[in-house]
Design a binder for this molecule. Structure first.
Ligand code: ZN
Length: 187
């Protein structure tokens, strides 16, 4: 079940040196540039159910009160499910697909090196100090670019909304945005 949703999102692009072959390779992540909502599953503990059947029927229903608005922007990682429309928006990023991680012993959408095909895991890209999608210096942030995708997104995954990188460096999201790539047809 999705646990993060937003009326729009952005594809964040950067480059890293592949930990395996050391070549420079492009990587992407999904960024929520606006207020989004997170499903607070721990609130389920406040509910009591007579039996499994009642619990299942509760799960099958929509629970608007469980969706909590978040007031910050966020970077997504460890994404396990994406809706079809988002997969279509990511179709050009062929190095980003669902794969198995031995580190986290789970499947999630991850980047792969353009040169050797090796997984560039989300821990490496999101959790390490000054990582590609956890930038702490202005120079690192300048490597990031965002393509805003003006369509709703709904994912199962994790998010980091403690970055505040844009407020901290007084960088506006539009200044990071690149124009949408237009496909030119060859005659
Ligand atoms: Zn490589």
């Amino acid at each position: 079940m999705p646990d993060i949703r937003s009326p729009s999102f952005a594809i964040a692009s950067s480059t890293v040196s592949c930990w395996k072959c050391k070549e420079i390779t492009p990587v992407i992540s999904l960024f929520l540039p606006v207020e989004f909502e997170a499903y607070e599953s721990d609130r389920e503990e406040d509910c009591t159910f007579a039996d499994d059947e009642e619990y299942q029927s509760w799960l099958d229903q929509d629970h608007p009160e469980m969706w909590q608005p978040r007031t910050r922007t966020a970077m997504l990682f460890y994404i396990e499910t994406l809706i079809h429309e988002t997969c279509e928006a990511l179709a050009d990023y062929k190095h980003y697909f669902l794969d198995y991680s031995q580190t986290s012993e789970d499947c999630y959408y991850m980047n792969h090196c353009h040169h050797c095909g090796m997984i560039q895991g989300d821990f490496f890209l999101h959790n390490e100090a000054d990582a590609a999608f956890n930038p702490q210096y202005k120079e690192s942030i300048s490597k990031l670019s965002l393509s805003i995708i003006d369509q709703p997104i709904s994912v199962t995954g994790s998010y980091n909304d403690s970055l505040d990188i844009f407020e901290y460096w007084d960088i506006t999201i539009p200044s990071l945005c690149k124009p949408a790539t237009t496909k030119t047809s060859t005659s």
